[in-house]
Design a protein. Structure first.
Ligand SMILES: *[C@@H]1O[C@H](CO)[C@@H](O)[C@H](O)[C@H]1NC(C)=O
Ligand SMILES: *[C@@H]1O[C@H](CO)[C@@H](O)[C@H](O)[C@H]1NC(C)=O
Length: 736
């Protein structure tokens, strides 16, 4: 039972599904992020340009402020008062959103009570509706304008409100979750663009870059322009500091000509996002396309953009000018398009967009394929694992611990909204085993709390079950996150079979579920599950099963007292398949008690044993044979019955010569009339042993001529027909 306890321990540490965004009184940055994530990804509202994110912080410190959930005020994290709330249910200016809210969140807004706003998602939706009502759909973009709007509409009595909004949200914009980023700007330089607008586009790219710290280990930036053809101004490894990148961007010269968006995207997919150009598979990879017009070759532009997206590269599209073809922008961008496409009327609006692009880029997902990845600790990185039939993701930090959050629905799973969380340490990895997944799995790895990992962690993505007892295991089967069973974990560690015939009595129907020694082989063990099913498990080469530890341990098994061990005469279930017939030698001589001490035999290798090769001829005397033990290099020298000799081909003792009746009679212990079911003409693979009809301490051995021999089991042992061997048991003689 200790084995089960060890396995069970690893399972219970995985916490289950959580969505705090619908829980009354929930608070914290993770709750706010997860709430706004859902509102944004629903794509039913226009962008709020991070306004609600900022309001949550300024208003209630993301709900952690002591007054947030005060008695008598139900406004929640966004502090929507009763008057404002009532208007969300009555104002025709926003009535168009009620049906989509029902469809996206299954919330019937007409029946929502003010008290429901104690739930973050409800408060967030009410805040969004209020914002859209008050701004008449024109949400201010720039931070300064938002601050002014905030004071004018929500905190009129506080003359310092705008200033406070501005100063308090400075801290918010400084947080970036992913620092390992390959960011490529692909900028339209065609003739339809005025030189001034091109300068502004460059200034925008430079400003976005200025919000990151460019260095080879973190953020890398590349820059491409296009008109008739494209120009690769610089790739990811060209510049290694923020200021060098900014200087280089501002120095790019405008070209003139058509709009070959397709060629620029093709270059990005085939040449820019490669190791040669300094792109890293371990990085979040982002493309920002800035364009004023329509592509000359739409079909190829879509196709080439799709190549980028298929490789897990996030594509943002910023449309500028009056010539914008919204459908083209949507087709080029990643999904959901509502968060990946920005339309600007003027290039001057680019400035207000830089924080959003930075914020979204920071959250871009790294796509994990099979391979080994290394990341620095102390931050938060978001991953996407595309669905495949079988895959394991193993996370292990070199020091401290990291948290592994996962979800199928939230691209940024966290403490507030996730399907699971597991904690990994240097000795206990976290292993996520995914089978039959139909949707991508999102994983967020975080170690930004004090006391967590500060060095680095490794992710191994492998196409098989990599579950381990010494790991925090999560199993995702057919898209459902479950607790990994002991069987899942055993299968991740060892070859497991469920033979129809174990080769010995199946005690699992009465045994407590757990791990048990194999009755004959020290290199195998038995797992009984909760339904009484028996599974055979093989230890790896060089390991044997230790029942104290309830696991395979390295080394050679201790030699048991000879009396408690019986030879493995019929390893029916022994894998791998054997080429020899199952006929076994006569291991006991009638009426003769012989000691067969263990002694060294070089042919008794572990490899032979595991192949099922247990019996060998002994060159010095054909009437004897070597029976290998489970202990490498050790075996017993055994005698064939009189007048018999060893046949290596038959794997049995056979008669030496043509047998004449009188000689056989001597050794035949019963009358020939009663042959105990032995029939003449037995072949190598025939059944040569039978149970004795009334004494279970005896058994019958047939020979190839149909003769029957009654043999005795050793003391205190009885015959088991299914095992074809004597084992300890209680003698039972039926009368008659
Ligand atoms: C609710 O909030 C709005 C906007 O901040 C304000 O104008 C109004 O007076 C508030 N109503 C109540 C009852 O506090
Ligand atoms: C082979 O072993 C048997 C039984 O121990 C013995 O009687 C016989 O003499 C041996 N034969 C030879 C050739 O040594």
């Amino acid at each position: 039972m200790r084995g089960i306890a060890i396995f069970a321990l690893a399972l219970t540490l995985v916490k289950g599904q959580i969505d705090l965004t619908r829980d009354k009184g929930a608070a914290g940055a993770d709750v706010v992020e997860a709430t706004l994530q859902q509102i944004r990804e629903s794509c039913i509202f226009p962008s709020d340009y991070l306004f609600l994110r900022r309001v949550a912080y300024v208003m209630t410190k993301d709900g952690t402020g002591p007054d947030t959930y005060r008695i008598g005020f139900d406004g929640g994290i966004w502090q929507i008062n009763q008057t404002e709330f009532a208007l969300t249910k009555t104002s025709t200016a926003i009535s168009q959103y009620w049906a989509p809210i029902k469809a996206a969140f299954n919330i019937d807004w007409a029946t929502v009570q003010w008290s429901d706003l104690r739930r973050p998602l409800y408060s967030g939706i009410a805040a969004m509706l209020t914002l859209l009502r008050v701004s008449a759909g024109n949400v201010p973009r720039a931070l300064e304008r938002q601050a002014a709007f905030w004071q004018a509409n929500f905190l009129t009595e506080n003359p310092r409100a705008a200033f406070e909004f501005l100063s308090e949200t400075q801290n918010l914009d400084g947080t970036c979750t992913t620092n390992i980023l390959d960011m490529a700007f692909i900028v339209d330089s065609s003739t339809s663009l005025s030189p001034e607008d091109f300068e502004r586009a460059k200034q925008f790219a430079s400003d976005v870059t200025g919000q990151f710290t460019v260095d080879p280990n973190n953020v890398r930036v590349a820059f491409v322009t296009y008109s008739s053809g494209y120009r690769a101004n610089f790739d990811f490894q060209r510049y290694t500091t923020t200021s060098d990148v900014q200087t280089a961007i501002l120095a790019v010269q405008k070209t003139e000509g058509g709009t070959d968006t397709d060629l620029a995207l093709k270059y990005a997919a085939n040449s820019l996002f490669t190791a040669q150009a300094g792109s890293r598979p371990s990085a979040a990879r982002v493309v920002v396309i800035i364009t004023d017009g329509r592509s000359d070759n739409k079909i190829d532009a879509y196709k080439n953009s799709q190549m980028l997206k298929d490789r897990g590269i996030t594509v943002f599209v910023i449309g500028v000018g009056n010539q914008v073809d919204r459908q083209e922008l949507d087709n080029l961008a990643s999904n959901p398009t509502c968060t990946h496409v920005q339309e600007l009327q003027q290039y001057s609006e680019l400035d207000s967009l830089k924080t959003e692009i930075k914020d979204l880029s920071c959250k871009a997902l790294v796509t994990l394929d099979n391979g080994v990845y290394n990341y620095p600790c102390g931050q938060r990185t978001n991953f996407q694992v595309n669905p495949v039939a079988v895959r394991s993701i193993v996370v292990r930090p070199s020091t401290g611990s990291v948290r592994v959050y996962g979800s199928h629905t939230n691209p940024q799973p966290n403490d507030a909204f996730r399907d699971f969380v597991a904690v990994a340490t240097p000795t206990n990895a976290a292993t996520v085993y995914v089978t039959d997944a139909t949707r991508p799995l999102y994983i967020s790895i975080q170690s930004n709390n004090p006391g967590e990992c500060v060095t680095n962690y490794q992710i191994d993505v492998v196409p098989f079950n990599a579950l381990n007892k010494n790991s925090m295991n999560v199993c995702i089967k057919k898209d459902v996150t479950t607790i990994c069973t002991t069987l899942d974990v055993l299968r991740g560690m060892y070859p497991v079979t469920q033979p129809s015939n174990l080769g010995f009595p199946n005690k699992c129907s009465t045994n407590t579920p757990g791990l048990y020694p194999h009755p004959y082989s020290p290199y195998r063990f038995l797992y009984c599950d909760y339904e009484g099913q028996a599974y055979l498990v093989d230890c790896p080469a060089g390991f044997y099963y230790n029942d104290q530890v309830k696991d395979c341990v390295k080394g050679v098994p201790p030699t048991p007292p000879p009396s408690t061990r019986r030879p493995v005469t019929v390893p029916i279930t022994m894998a791998p398949p054997r080429t020899f017939p199952t006929m076994q030698p006569n291991t006991a001589t009638p009426g003769v008690t012989t000691q067969y001490p263990l002694q060294p035999f070089p042919i008794c290798t572990l490899e032979n044993y595991r192949l099922g090769l247990h019996f060998f001829e002994w060159a010095a005397n054909e009437t004897k044979y070597i029976m290998c033990s489970e202990y490498p290099g050790m075996g017993r020298l055994k005698d064939c019955a009189p007048y018999h000799k060893w046949s290596q081909v038959s794997q049995a003792c056979i008669y030496k010569d043509v047998v004449i009746d009188w000689t056989r009679d001597i050794y035949q212990t019963t009358a020939k009339a009663d042959n105990y079911g032995c029939t003449p003409g037995l072949k190598d693979d025939s059944l040569f042993y039978h149970a004795h009809p009334y004494d279970n301490s005896k058994f019958i051995q047939c020979d190839e001529f149909g003769d029957a021999f009654i043999l005795d089991c050793p003391a205190n042992e009885i015959w088991y027909q299914d095992v074809q061997n004597c084992l300890p048991g209680v003698r039972n003689v039926k009368s008659g």
